[in-house]
Design a protein around this ligand. Structure first.
Ligand SMILES: Cc1cc2nc3c(=O)[nH]c(=O)nc-3n(C[C@H](O)[C@H](O)[C@H](O)COP(=O)(O)OP(=O)(O)OC[C@H]3O[C@@H](n4cnc5c(N)ncnc54)[C@H](O)[C@@H]3O)c2cc1C
Ligand code: SF4
Length: 509
């Protein structure tokens, strides 16, 4: 396959960042046509599109810049250096749930699983049905074209079975046995060696994350990147966003003036927070938070699996997507696999001895519940139907594992069987396991809907062209603007929509 993008090596030794807040203690003031807050998929796609279109662009990122060779091999060091709150941010509610975000140049793309899904057409159709004005910017044709470009640029292709490893291939075996539709996961990688370290950052630069692709391309087209610099609020004058202000990690005041546009691309949790912190109300800012909580199941096999090897996440079961369930092989580092082993004393030592025989698979659940992002907290409570989806997801995962040859399965549900060894018991899970959200250990990694796009200023925060309803010069470009969750991994859809946002910003509408 030909390399289309001039990726990081094309910078020929130049650093990707031109301003490092870690070493800046004094006041700094920069200016650009377009100032983008956040360097994840949304910010990188806007920056690249605007820079290629001739605008001067400044990207401001709170996290540090880390070279692939410095990505830590173990999960806990990666959490400490490249994840927000060390990966321990929490959604508050009846059953608190961790939510996970990257905080590094390239955003969460640096530490994610590289799974790529196009925006499903049925999800898009619902958006347009609910608000036909969205079709003006987000027509299906425009999204398809933008997604085609993303797929080409990021080398998106199905996982090569040669580097999949047993944890992925066994999922295919289980799904065949149950008659469920499945496939190798499409991933944004190039010449992946199956080292299984995507969630710590690919140490050999084979994941096509933003620090390796869109950001270097933006820089080659004149964009500048400021890292280790947190933006605290948007500057407003005469009814217009004119820049942003914040602090460098070194402790200095940082200000960036925007001649044309301020673009919030700080994620579906951090972008609404910036609006709230800036006193920019208008519309349901922070409301309508949606997500895909993930539940997982661990299985022990007779033969060694070494789940930390092989493509991090290389296989998925997609036959129940319309029920709001999608199943993925998970790839944790060995430290995380060890940390997930249950029990104490002899149970724990048996678990550690047989660690190489264990693997975990997860179900991403399209939850219908809507929560709220506030300045300091995010509140979210699952509905009863969402918890039913958890139960169904765990049951299917358990059955998949047993069908793939697992000796025993740990469903991870409080007040139900700790270990299951037969399909008959597993098939009773949906009738017997509690419908109490506190009985499940879920983690959230996909978030949406907190600055919804729409035609009505009372019911949405940005217009159908990504512009804020009430403040000129201000745009939001990340999955905050999605009218709903999507039921699939969101990065490719975020990249496609943010590319369209970048074009709108260039055209000045
Ligand atoms: C562990 C994990 C695995 C995942 N795997 C996949 C996957 O395989 N496929 C998939 O499609 N999706 C996956 N996702 C989700 C996907 O990575 C995100 O949906 C996507 O990265 C969101 O893009 P974004 O640009 O909106 O936000 P982010 O990627 O989160 O980027 C936002 C950036 O803005 C910065 N920022 C925030 N606030 C400020 C501020 N005030 N000032 C300056 N900078 C700020 C942040 O530090 C961050 O770097 C995964 C997520 C996680 C956590
Ligand atoms: S599986 Fe390994 S080699 Fe492949 S992209 Fe992820 S970290 Fe890199």
């Amino acid at each position: 396959m030909t390399v289309v993008l001039p990726t990081a090596p094309a910078l020929e030794g130049r650093s990707l960042v031109s301003f490092d807040g870690a070493s800046n203690r004094g006041a700094a003031r920069l200016a650009a046509d377009v100032v983008v807050v956040g360097s994840g998929p949304a910010g990188a796609a806007v920056a690249r599109t605007a820079a290629r279109g001739g605008a001067s662009v400044l990207v401001v990122e709170e996290g540090p810049f880390v070279e692939p060779s410095a990505f830590p091999p173990d999960s806990f060091s990666a959490f400490a250096s490249m994840y927000r709150d060390m990966g321990a941010s929490v959604l508050l509610g009846r059953a608190p749930m961790p939510f996970v975000q990257g905080r590094v140049v390239g955003g969460t793309s640096v530490v994610n699983g590289a799974i790529s899904w196009r925006l499903p057409e049925d999800v898009h159709a619902r958006w347009i049905e609910a608000d036909p004005a969205l079709d003006e910017t987000l027509s299906w044709d425009a999204i398809v074209r933008a997604t085609d470009e993303v797929e080409r640029d990021l080398h998106i292709a199905p996982t090569d079975p040669a580097i999949a490893g047993p944890k992925n291939l066994l999922m295919a075996k289980g799904a065949d046995a149950l008659g469920l539709e499945h496939r190798p996961i499409f991933r944004n990688v190039h010449d992946c060696r199956g080292l299984g370290r995507c969630l710590q950052g690919c140490p050999i630069g084979r994941k096509m994350s933003m620090d390796r692709t869109y950001l270097p391309d933006a820089v080659l087209h004149g964009a500048r990147i400021a890292c280790s610099t947190r933006i605290d609020r948007v500057l407003v004058a005469h009814g217009r966003a004119i820049g942003v202000v914040g602090r460098t990690a070194g402790g200095g005041r940082f200000e960036a003036n925007a001649r044309h546009a301020v673009v919030l691309a700080a994620s579906a949790v951090q972008s609404p927070r910036l609006l709230l912190a800036s006193g920019i109300a208008g519309g349901p800012v922070g409301e309508g938070f949606q997500c895909h909580p993930g539940v997982s199941v661990t299985g022990r096999f007779g033969e060694p699996i070494r789940a930390w090897e092989g493509a991090t996440q290389g296989h998925e079961v997609i036959g129940l997507r319309k029920e709001g369930l999608k199943f993925e092989a998970l790839g944790f580092g060995s430290a995380m696999v060890a940390a997930r082993i249950k029990g104490v004393g002899s149970d724990l030592s048996r678990g550690l001895e047989t660690m190489a025989h264990s693997l975990s698979w997860g179900a991403a659940v399209r939850a219908e519940a809507r929560g709220r992002v506030g300045r300091w907290t995010v509140r979210f409570d699952l509905t009863r139907d969402d918890v039913s989806r958890f139960r169904r997801g765990v049951r299917v995962l358990g059955e998949l594992m047993l069908a793939a040859g697992a000796i025993e399965v740990t469903p991870g549900i409080a007040r139900w069987h700790e270990r299951v060894t037969d399909r008959a018991t597993m098939s009773r899970l949906e009738d017997e396991a509690p419908l109490d959200p506190r009985a499940y250990a879920a983690v959230v990694t996909h978030m949406f809907g907190t600055c919804r796009m729409g035609s009505h200023p009372e019911r949405s925060v940005v217009r159908p062209d990504f512009r804020h309803h009430g403040l000129e010069g201000l745009y939001v470009a990340d999955s905050s603007v999605f009218p709903s969750n999507t039921g699939v991994n969101p990065q490719t859809a975020i990249l496609a929509l943010a590319t369209l946002a970048g074009r709108r910003i260039l055209s000045g509408s």
